[in-house]
Design a binder for this molecule. Sequence first.
Ligand SMILES: NC(=O)c1ccc[n+]([C@@H]2O[C@H](COP(=O)([O-])OP(=O)(O)OC[C@H]3O[C@@H](n4cnc5c(N)ncnc54)[C@H](O)[C@@H]3O)[C@@H](O)[C@H]2O)c1
Length: 262
Amino acid sequence: MKIENRTFVISGGASGLGRATTLDLFAKGGYIAILDLNEELAKQVISATSSSKVRFFETDVTNSEQVAASVKAAAAWSAETKAPFGGIIAAAGVGKPALTYSRQGPLNLDGFKFVIDINLIGTVDLIRNGLEYLTKVDPEGADGERGVVIMVASAAAYEGQSGQLAYSASKGGVVSMTLPMARDLSKYGIRVLTLAPSMFDSPMTEKMPPKVKESLLRSMEFPKRPGKPHEFSQVAIACIESTMLNGEIIRLDGASRMPARL
Ligand SMILES: NC(=O)c1ccc[n+]([C@@H]2O[C@H](COP(=O)([O-])OP(=O)(O)OC[C@H]3O[C@@H](n4cnc5c(N)ncnc54)[C@H](O)[C@@H]3O)[C@@H](O)[C@H]2O)c1
């Protein structure tokens, strides 16, 4: 599918992997609606493009009314610019490590729900709201394609480390949704892909203690370094452009398998 003159709704588009995807979609001629909590970072992305083709819609993905209102506003903007919706990219995410049981007692359920609310339910909410519009765009080309949904999981969906119960559960949920969602949406000409990165440079991993980073780096085969945000967005772009990609989870991990403990 062509990116040029299509509008992409991206949660978490103000920072890290989402930011790189915003910038690369813009470079390919796309319009981008950033749905994010962080206005300051979103403004920086917009000024990096010096373009009115990137817009910010302040949104907390755990607030369903806000998600619906922001997606609706993005759809109105896409009608104005005559750049129909082309994709929904759910990249907003957080981690909040906690042990299942520790000296302090059992896992705090509020912390668990916090991660699930953003990473899993926030992902579904963004997508279901976006589909209200994406399913109605004119189909394109011989295949009758309407667009692409991209979700972001993690290698932790497969090799969750100790302390990553909530994060792994949320990302495992994203992995498991990929095929049924692709099957549900095939009749609309909408494809669904999930990207599962290991360690990538971003504000999220900047906060990691050096010992944790070193342990993750030791588990990399090749290349022996964290991924760069642009290497994530390159694959996101390929997912949009290559029509045979559908219903798949793509690991971006330098052949690493994460260790049990960091
Ligand atoms: N960086 C990595 O190593 C890595 C590895 C695997 C998976 N991931 C996943 O990639 C995605 C992007 O992560 P990143 O590394 O770019 O992190 P990041 O912290 O740089 O970006 C996350 C973005 O999500 C936004 N966000 C957080 N909570 C939100 C909410 N409730 N509503 C709206 N926006 C919210 C933040 O404001 C931020 O802009 C996440 O889903 C993360 O779990 C990252």
